[in-house]
Write a protein that binds this ligand. Structure first.
Ligand code: PLP
Ligand code: ZN
Length: 415
């Protein structure tokens, strides 16, 4: 990459700091700490930000994640194409009654351009790729990320190359392929795709959003915490229910709430974070339960978007669960589709398998007493059920009838 193609931009972050050994690194395209291979987080000048970031300044910003650009490690794009974020937060009173909590809200990240929360993380990573003069966006993906990367590249006029397991759901494949990326279907699991993309990141001049751009990518998830607080008129919910694959979303949402408290934009304490994993791939939930570090598993689950057997941020997610008084639950495979159907039939929202897992975890947390029934709860709907329709195929049966009005009224309805 030539230095001429790099943009010179002012960004709020100052450096990257290793989450393990605290070594500082410049704001470069590097995935991990050069000393210990730990993850790197952007560092901000919180004293300066406390003086400048106000509720009013945020409210005056764009209707997207870029209203929080002061708290992100990249500059907002001059022309925000297909900007994600500021997705609806809607009340779900019938589902609240059904599961036994006082107040329940759904955060509809299905409203993002490619129908999942991954548009947030990719928008931030792509911005960094542009600042660094990288022309190709890439990722390893369980499906949603591939779509988000491919669409972002299409919107920005970049190239895209994505690595997915060869047996990806056909709906997820089509929902990525249509944007014109090169799709590499890898014989193996997500974890094979991930290892391959880490190796390739040392060889190729590409922006791998969840490898060498991971520090920027992961920060995009904080915007979910910011939006929930802002949409609740700058108050905090008691509980937030979140699906876990790599653990980055869960960990960064916890970080985001902590930042709002530190900035004085909200009062109180961080919400309890309830995490969910499906039984066939629950390394983080197991580590939480057993009180030991995450041990990789081989995924075998209907919740394909959460099928990461070796989760990069798993131990950090467990730490976040403990710090916030939350919990991480394992949801039985056969409850995933049932929960998708329950959500849809009580709220009108069709979330994907990850959401079936999230609702299952919330119900388990209520049953276990981790969540007080008087709580105000937010459930993150991170992906769209239309990408995983097979998971609910067993939950309905159309009534077959003749096209005959009399027979319908006298026979079918009267029966
Ligand atoms: C719909 C959906 N929800 C949640 C997640 C979990 O995200 P993370 O890997 O940050 O834990 C994913 C990851 O692919 C996803 O696709
Ligand atoms: Zn380190």
């Amino acid at each position: 990459m030539s230095s001429e193609t790099k943009e010179v931009v002012e960004v709020p972050a100052q450096s990257l700091s290793c989450r393990i050994c605290a070594t500082e690194h410049p704001l470069d395209v590097i995935g991990t700490c050069s000393k210990c291979f730990g993850p790197l987080d952007p560092v901000y000048d919180w004293d300066a930000l406390r003086a400048t970031v106000t509720r009013e300044r945020i409210a005056a910003g764009p209707a997207s994640i870029w209203r929080y650009a002061d708290l992100l490690p990249v500059a907002a794009p001059a022309e925000a194409r297909l900007a994600p974020g500021l997705t609806p937060l809607v009340p779900a009173p019938r589902l609240a009654d059904e599961i036994g909590v006082r107040e329940l809200w759904l955060k509809l990240d299905t409203a993002n351009p490619t129908h999942s929360f991954k548009d947030r993380v990719v928008a931030v990573a792509a911005r960094k790729a542009q600042e660094a003069g990288l022309g190709t966006l890439s990722c390893s993906s369980t499906g949603n990320l591939a779509g988000a990367v491919a669409a972002r590249a299409a919107a920005e006029g970049m190239s895209a190359a994505v690595f997915v397991p060869a047996d990806l759901e056909p709906e997820k494949l089509a929902a990525a392929a249509v944007y014109g990326p090169t799709i590499y279907a890898v014989d193996g699991t997500y974890d094979h795709c991930s290892r391959l993309s880490v190796e390739l990141s040392f060889e190729l001049d590409w922006g791998f959003v969840n490898v060498n751009l991971r520090s920027y990518y992961a920060e995009g998830s904080k915007t979910l915490a910011y939006e929930v607080a802002e949409q609740l008129d700058w108050t905090l919910p008691d509980v937030v229910a979140i699906p876990i694959a790599s653990g980055a979303l869960y960990h960064k949402v916890g970080q985001g709430f902590g930042e709002l408290l530190g900035l004085g934009l909200v009062e109180g304490t961080r919400p309890r974070l309830v995490g969910g994993q499906a039984e066939g791939c629950d390394p983080v939930a197991r580590a939480f339960r057993d009180g030991r570090p995450v041990q990789p598993v081989r995924p075998e689950t209907i919740a394909r978007s959460l099928a990461i057997g070796n989760p990069a941020d798993g131990d950090f997610a467990v730490a976040t669960a403990r710090e916030t008084g939350g919990a991480i639950h394992t949801v039985p495979e056969d409850e995933v589709g049932e929960n998708m159907a329950l959500l849809a039939s009580t709220t009108g929202v069709f979330g994907e398998t990850a959401t079936g897992v999230t609702l299952g975890a919330l119900r388990a947390a209520v049953a276990d007493g981790d969540v007080d029934p008087r709580s105000r709860v937010v459930l993150l709907v991170t992906g769209d059920g239309l990408k995983t329709p097979q998971a609910v195929a067993h939950t309905f049966a159309p009534v077959h009838i003749d096209a005959d009005a009399d027979a319908f009224v006298d026979g079918v309805l009267a029966a």
